[in-house]
Design a protein around this ligand. Structure first.
Ligand SMILES: [Zn+2]
Length: 304
């Protein structure tokens, strides 16, 4: 039987853009966490294209010990691109994610009619500084996310990442027009067991740039599997709904598309928890009752 609220307790949104940011956002970090907690969610990942979000996540975790906020770094121009020093600092600040370039990716630039931008390739080979960063990610055992790289770049990156020992990988919105990864490639990567696909509702939002049909998300989940799917919103645009409402809408639409409650729990709660290494709560346990260690406490002891 379906839960009356389509969003199961303990959901995690692994892709949210809240303020402060360099552009206007729907809500700020405090509103985000308040709304997510009210929706019975247990965690969010703060993403900012131009600034590391680890410090913000640390403060939120002090304020809300019954909830988890995660942060990380996007390797755009503002971070210095493929800058090992910025990656090192983010890791020591408790980053959960290191994202490959998004707005600064050559693929992103090209697809929106621009020029230049960052690519991970040096001719036919992976850039040496990118390989070094993959080693940092492997050593720290943080999550590698593909950002807005071209799908073929992402495939090459992931193969190399697995070869150097990266254990946790998230392919960022593989259905979106700009980062559209062929389903066959997704299936091959899913078979490694180390790769999750973060399928974002924003990609199918009416008016989204290079948007897709919601049915494309549904088809790709069916083709690649619920076991590797993480449902996230990528919300933050002022004209869209709040991330918490987005999660509810997303779950309801997947339920309407025929996914079972257990599938929805995997895609909204379990898979993200596994990627983020959060303990798996019993099904009926409200997330407010789960006490988790503060990442700030864990990482301050490692700082100089
Ligand atoms: Zn995003």
């Amino acid at each position: 039987m379906n839960h009356p609220d389509p969003l199961p307790p303990g959901a995690i949104d692994t892709h949210v853009h809240s303020a402060p940011d360099v552009i206007e956002r729907k809500i700020d970090d405090l509103e985000l966490v308040a709304q997510a907690r009210a929706a019975g969610m247990r965690a969010v990942v703060l993403k900012n294209h131009h600034n590391c979000t680890c410090g913000r996540a640390g403060i939120l975790n002090r304020l809300f010990p019954d909830f988890r906020a995660f942060g990380g770094l996007v390797l755009n121009h503002a971070a210095g691109g493929f800058n090992c020093h910025a990656v090192d600092a983010a890791i020591r600040m408790g980053a959960s994610h290191v994202w490959m370039p998004t707005k600064s990716a050559a693929n992103h630039q090209t697809q929106f009619g621009g020029r230049g931008g960052l690519t991970i390739m040096n001719g036919a080979k992976l850039r040496d500084d990118v390989r070094d960063i993959l080693r940092q990610i492997a050593d720290a055992d943080v999550i590698l996310a593909t950002g807005h790289l071209a799908p073929e770049e992402s495939r090459i990156l992931i193969e190399e990442a697995l070869a150097v020992g990266v254990k946790r990988i998230s392919v960022t919105h593989p259905e979106w027009g700009v980062t559209a990864m062929p389903v066959e490639t997704q299936r091959t990567l899913a078979a490694t067991g180390a790769v999750y696909f973060e399928r974002c509702l924003v990609s199918a939002h009416p008016g989204a740039e290079r948007g897709i049909l919601f049915d494309t998300i549904v088809q790709q989940i069916r083709a690649v599997g619920v076991g590797s799917t993480i449902a996230a919103t990528d919300y933050g645009m002022p004209q869209f709904d709040t991330p918490a409402n987005g999660m509810r809408t997303y779950a309801a639409r997947l339920r309407d598309a025929g996914f079972a409650s257990e599938d929805i729990r995997l895609m909204f709660c379990e898979n993200a928890a596994r990627l983020l290494r959060l303990p798996s709560p019993p099904h009926d346990l409200a997330p407010q009752m789960v006490h988790l260690p503060s990442p700030l406490r864990r990482h301050t002891s490692q700082l100089p």
